[in-house]
Ligand binder design. Structure first.
Ligand SMILES: Nc1ncnc2c1ncn2[C@@H]1O[C@H](COP(=O)(O)OP(=O)(O)OP(=O)(O)O)[C@@H](O)[C@H]1O
Ligand SMILES: O=C(O)C(=O)C[C@H](O)[C@H](O)CO
Length: 344
């Protein structure tokens, strides 16, 4: 396995970078998860929590000991308060969580399914977070930022959010801040599919690290093998590409080397949503600790697998001890299975 390292992503052993933070900007939503399977229209009971790709990654990073800053806007309503409490209970500063009097916080509902991805429905048009604009990004003290993780959801929310996303990219480039990008394709949030593909590919081309899911990579590149998808993003300008391959694992390339890390085996999958965000938190925290890419992918796969066992989009995200326990117990499970196969 190729032992790639990201030399310029300064490790947390470097005193200055150790105290710096990851920045995540995007929309946090109230989440209602169905208790019962079936059509959302007929479900009577839901549990309420909060969701949002960038929030999920921020929580994942913070639980693993990284400093994370989350920038967003919420309404003056219970869901906005719930999001603020969520940040506080996860040791994430709320200094960039701006409260608006004239907008509501967005909401989403998620169905419960026996297999495959659940149905997700949003109430977020004209939400508080849809008014995020470049001037909000300029509120951030970028001297305290070591890396920015962006997703393709923020640029989809509104014209001002699109501009805010480009503002973050420009600031990252000007200040030599590491930028990772998960395209998080959400067709329902865009006006037009062709425009969505071209915008998302533009963001991918500007990132140091692109982290699409396999289906997303195929859609954006119009290629069908992992190698061809990877080289598409590298040729477009990304430096590293990690393609999340669901139940199988994840693939990495820098255009010269490639490697594949297998997924962990889990007995039951409750809900796949959020696995990709958990994966990103795992990879990014490992890189920030100065670990090689192979270890970073392993950590990403472990957290992705853990996340599939939780109905919430972020409640299952592990702290370091839970992560270590999972990796140890599940590696043993794989070894035991391997041994049994050898003995047969
Ligand atoms: N059923 C599963 N069993 C074990 N590990 C899984 C499973 N599903 C996902 N994972 C792990 O989580 C990682 C991310 O999952 P996936 O490939 O579904 O990402 P994604 O498409 O970005 O997901 P989403 O956008 O729904 O959060 C995978 O690379 C894998 O390591
Ligand atoms: O789908 C979205 O817009 C969200 O941000 C909600 C979920 O938490 C997210 O998709 C998980 O990746």
């Amino acid at each position: 396995m190729v032992d790639l390292r990201m030399d310029d992503f300064r490790s947390s052993t470097n005193r200055e970078c150790g105290t710096k933070a990851f920045l995540l900007a995007g929309e946090a939503l109230g989440l209602f998860v169905a208790h019962d399977r079936g059509d959302l229209a007929t479900v009577r009971h839901f549990s309420s929590s909060v969701a949002g790709a960038e929030l999920n990654v921020a929580i994942g990073l913070s639980r693993l000991g990284q400093r994370a800053l989350f920038l967003s806007k919420v309404g003056d309503d219970p869901v906005g308060r719930k999001i603020r409490l969520k940040l506080q209970s996860n040791q994430i500063s709320d200094k960039y969580l701006f409260k608006l009097d004239n907008r509501r916080t967005g909401l989403m509902m998620k169905s419960r399914v026996s297999e495959g991805d659940p149905e997700v429905v949003y109430w977020r048009h004209d939400s508080a977070a849809s008014t995020i604009a470049p001037m909000d990004i300029r509120e951030v003290d970028f001297d305290e930022i070591k890396a920015i993780h962006m997703t393709g959801i923020l640029p989809a929310l509104s014209d001002s959010c699109l501009e805010a996303a480009y503002e973050m990219v420009d600031i990252a480039k000007r200040n030599n801040i590491f930028l990772s990008f998960d395209p998080n394709v959400r067709i329902s949030l865009w006006k037009d599919e062709r425009m969505m593909r071209s915008r998302l590919n533009d963001f991918c081309s500007k990132a140091d690290l692109v982290i699409p899911g396999r289906g997303e990579a195929a859609f954006l590149s119009q290629k069908d093998s992992l190698a061809a998808m990877g080289s598409f993003f590298i040729k477009n300008g990304a430096r590293f590409v990690i393609i999340k391959d669901g139940v199988k694992g994840a693939y990495l390339t820098d255009g010269k080397h490639e490697t594949y890390v297998s997924a962990f085996i889990v007995e039951s999958v409750v809900d796949t949503v959020g696995a990709g965000d958990g994966f990103a938190a795992g990879v990014l925290s490992a890189l920030a600790e100065g670990l090689p890419f192979a270890r970073a992918l392993e950590r990403g796969c472990a957290i992705g697998a853990i996340q599939t066992q939780s109905e919430s989009d972020n409640d299952g995200l592990p702290n370091s001890e839970e992560l270590t326990n999972f990796i140890e117990s599940h590696l043993q499970l794989q070894l035991r299975e391997g041994n049994e196969i050898e003995q047969n």
